[in-house]
Design a protein around this ligand. Structure first.
Ligand SMILES: *Cc1c(COP(=O)(O)O)cnc(C)c1O
Length: 370
C-alpha cells in the first residue's frame, strides 16, 4: 500500500506547525466533527491509533479481567492484543471463506457465560454483517465492537461501516486508505460513553487541556482525575493531515474499486478467486486478496516468482492463533482462517497504480498460475 499524500497535506501540516498549536487542539476537534459527520454518528473521539481506539472501546464496554471477547484470529494481531491489554481473554472464532469475516454462525458456538464483547472486523475493508452478529449478541447483553480499522469508505447496507455499531474503531495508519501517519478514531452512539472516552484518552482528566486553555488561558478551571486514564491523544498536525485525507476519501474508494474490477476482468477465471463485495455491502478493497487455486504452487514460491517478475505482492492476512502469544489459545478448529492465511496473497493496489503496472501484475500471475 502506498498512501495518496500530496502538497495539500504538506501545507496543512505546515500550517498547524506555524499556528504554534501542535498537540491535541482545534484541528483534532474539527477532524472529529468532520469524521462524525461523514459517518453520520453523534460522537467521534480521535486517538493515537486503532489499537488504542480498541483498548478504549473495550474499557468503555466494561470489559476487564475474567471476561472473554470473541474475535477473529484472521486479523492484524492488534485486535487480539487489545483484548489482552484490558486483562480479558481473546476467544478465536473462524471466518467465512468468501469474506474473511466473522458471521453469527461462527461466533455462536463460542459464546459463554463469560463473554462480554465481540469484536467484529471489516477485514481488508470487506463490510462484516454487523446486523446479524448484533442480533445474536444483543439479547445476551454482549456488546459488539466494530474493528473498522480497514473500513473507512466501505458501506454496510448503504451506510458507512461502523456507523451502526455501538462502538467502532478506525485506523489511520498508512496501510489503510485514509492516513494521518499514525492515528485512530473511536465512534459511539452514547454521549456519556463519548465523554468518558475523551477523558480516558487524556490521563482521565475531567477537563481537557485544550478546553482549559480556551476557557481562561489556564487560570480558574481546575481539573480532577477521577479514574486512571492514558495518553492516547492525536496531535493537531496529524488531524490537519486527516482533514485533507477525509476530503479525498471518495476519490480513493472509487479508484480502488475501479482497479479491483479491472483486476477481476483481466484475471479471467482466476478473477473469481479475488475478494468481492458481499451481498450486504460494498468494500473499499483496502486489501485486494486472491485465494490461490488448489493446484497452484505454494504461496512462498508464488511470491518469489512474482518478485522476480518485478511484482511485490504480500502474504494474505495473518492469523493470531498461529503466533507465539496465542499459540495454545484456539478452542475450536479454524479451517477457513487457516486456508485464507496460508493460501491467499494480497495484490498491489494503491491510488496511483497505473493500468500498465496492473497489466504487469496480471501477466506475471497468469504465467505462474496458468
Ligand atoms: C491495522 C489494523 C489495526 C491496528 O491499527 P493501528 O492504527 O496500526 O493501531 C487493528 N485492527 C485491524 C483489523 C487492522 O487492520
Amino acid at each position: 500500500m502506498i498512501p495518496w499524500l500530496g502538497e495539500e497535506e504538506a501545507q496543512a501540516a505546515a500550517e498547524a506547525v506555524r499556528s504554534g498549536w501542535v498537540a491535541q487542539g482545534p484541528r483534532v476537534a474539527e477532524f472529529e466533527r468532520a469524521f462524525a459527520e461523514y459517518l453520520g454518528v453523534p460522537h467521534a473521539v480521535a486517538v493515537s491509533s486503532c489499537t488504542t481506539a480498541l483498548q478504549l472501546a473495550l474499557i468503555g464496554a466494561g470489559v476487564g479481567p475474567g471476561d472473554e471477547v470473541v474475535v477473529p484470529s484472521l486479523s492484524f494481531i492488534a485486535t487480539a492484543n487489545a483484548v489482552t491489554y484490558v486483562g480479558a481473554v481473546p476467544v478465536f472464532a473462524d471466518v467465512e471463506a468468501a469474506t474473511g469475516n466473522l458471521t453469527a454462525e461462527t461466533v455462536a458456538p463460542l459464546l459463554t457465560e463469560r463473554t462480554r464483547a465481540v469484536i467484529a472486523v471489516d477485514q481488508g475493508g470487506v463490510p462484516v454483517d454487523l446486523t446479524a452478529i448484533e442480533a445474536l449478541a444483543g439479547p445476551r447483553g454482549i456488546t459488539v465492537i466494530e474493528d473498522a480499522a480497514c473500513g473507512a469508505g466501505s458501506l454496510l447496507r448503504g451506510r458507512p461501516v461502523g456507523s451502526g455499531a455501538a462502538i467502532a474503531a478506525y485506523s489511520f495508519h498508512p496501510r489503510k486508505l485514509l492516513t494521518t501517519g499514525e492515528g485512530g478514531m473511536v465512534t459511539c452512539q452514547d454521549a456519556e460513553l463519548a465523554a468518558r472516552l475523551r477523558r480516558l484518552r487524556e490521563h482521565g482528566m475531567s477537563v481537557s487541556a485544550a478546553d482549559r486553555h480556551a476557557a481562561s488561558g489556564g487560570a480558574g478551571v481546575v481539573e480532577t482525575y477521577d479514574e486512571i486514564g492514558y495518553n492516547f491523544r492525536m496531535t493537531d498536525i496529524q488531524a490537519a493531515i486527516g482533514l485533507v485525507q477525509l476530503g479525498k476519501l471518495p476519490a480513493m474508494v472509487a479508484r480502488r474499486r475501479e482497479l479491483a474490477a479491472r483486476y477481476r476482468s483481466l484475471l479471467g477465471p482466476l478473477g473469481e478467486r479475488l475478494v468481492a463485495d458481499p451481498a450486504h455491502g460494498t468494500g473499499n478493497f483496502q486489501a485486494c486478496w486472491l485465494l490461490l487455486p488448489e493446484d497452484a504452487p505454494d504461496r512462498t514460491e508464488v511470491l518469489t516468482r512474482l518478485a522476480a517478475a518485478g511484482v511485490s505482492a504480500r502474504r494474505g492476512i495473518m492469523a493470531a492463533h498461529l503466533e507465539a502469544p496465542y499459540k495454545a489459545a484456539a478452542r475450536v478448529a479454524l479451517p477457513n482462517t487457516e486456508l485464507l492465511t496460508g493460501r491467499s496473497l494480497i495484490l498491489p493496489l494503491y491510488h496511483t497504480l497505473t493500468e500498465q503496472q496492473q497489466d504487469t501484475v496480471v501477466g506475471a500471475l497468469r504465467a505462474i498460475l496458468g
